[in-house]
Write a protein that binds this ligand. Structure first.
Ligand code: NDP
Length: 293
């Protein structure tokens, strides 16, 4: 069983979860069911991934009690604004087939229309107060945007989900999160985005430093990267559609990296993100309607 991290509101979240970005709906039920079978208890999806319904079906098919699974999803920017975000919750909960969402995030700051971002966050606060979500948070909030959110709202986010992998570790973002008591949750935790969005010669999976550490422990590069997150106190949500990788990516609780190994992985940070600049997310460039449940 994965270890738990206590969020700033006392709710416990499994440190290691399972992501489903780019998992086609037709593969999502099987992937989620397999992840739950091998021990994951946190599933990270998003309204914009188009597979919330199948995540819900996968959880249902697992035979686990609803309370045994921590469900995390995210509102898309088209559903920002107070009333829109409340409807966005209804859409996500309806597709997931649940009454309560464990952690609901704003997927991106809409910096060009921060009033709508604040409105959406105010809706999250209302959902939290009403018990419809157990925790609330954000994603892709850089420190100055997070600071602004904190001054304009009441409940500090429990989580800030950001791009963190050995090639882009965002230490200043992690530092700001820590100062505000916000858990850093790593997206693309194995640097998958360096493979599928970057050039093939710059993949974390084939990095020689990570490879040497993996060989020393009889583990894979993926397992070493996930262990690095856990030992540095982050939550991580690796994605795979392949059963053997789903299982291997969860098999990270029987070894430990040394302080020197952690430092060698930290030193791989290039400071160059692979994902989009958070400020570049606008309605014009990324807007898309989220269907009703
Ligand atoms: P990951 O670091 O999880 O890498 C996933 C990629 O690596 C996939 O292409 C997968 O392919 C492959 N892979 C998985 N396991 C292994 C392995 N053991 N060895 C070699 N290759 C492997 O990156 P993601 O970008 O997928 O991010 C993970 C999750 O983070 C997402 O699913 C989503 O939940 C979240 N996310 C959030 C974002 C945000 O803006 N908030 C943005 C991006 C991601 P295959 O499936 O074929 O195994």
């Amino acid at each position: 069983m994965s270890h738990l991290i206590t969020l700033n509101n006392g709710v416990e979240i499994p440190a290691l979860g399972f992501g489903v970005f780019q998992t086609p709906p037709e593969q999502t039920v099987a992937s989620v069911t397999e992840a739950l079978r091998v021990g994951y208890r946190l599933i990270d999806t998003a309204a914009a991934y188009g597979n919330e319904r199948e995540v819900g079906e996968g959880i249902g098919a697992s035979g686990l009690d609803r309370s045994a699974v921590f469900i995390e999803t995210k509102l898309w920017i088209n559903d920002y604004g107070y009333d829109e975000a409340l409807r966005g919750f209804d859409k996500s909960a309806g597709k997931l087939g649940v009454e309560t969402i464990d952690l609901l995030l704003l997927h991106q700051p809409l910096t060009a229309d921060f009033t709508k971002t604040i409105g959406a966050y105010r809706a999250l606060e209302k959902l939290l107060a009403d018990g419809q979500v157990r925790a609330i948070g954000v994603s892709n909030f850089m420190p100055e945007v997070l600071a602004r959110l904190l001054t304009e709202t009441d409940v500090a986010p429990a989580v800030n989900q950001v791009e963190v992998h050995p090639y882009f570790a965002q230490p200043s973002v992690q530092q700001a999160n820590a100062e505000y008591g916000v858990l850093t949750q790593a997206w693309s935790p194995m640097g998958g985005i360096t493979s599928y969005a970057g050039d093939a010669g710059h993949s974390t999976f084939t990095d020689p430093v990570i490879g040497a550490i993996a060989t020393a422990h009889g583990k894979t590069p993926a397992q070493v990267m996930l262990r690095w997150h856990l030992q540095e106190g982050r939550s991580a949500i690796p994605k795979s559609v392949k059963p053997e990788r789903i299982a291997a990516n969860f098999d990270v609780f029987d070894f430990a990296l040394t302080a020197d190994e952690l430092a060698r992985i930290d030193a791989l940070d290039t400071g160059v993100r692979s994902g989009p600049e958070p400020d570049s997310i606008t309605m014009e460039s990324y807007g898309r309607d989220i269907p009703e449940a």
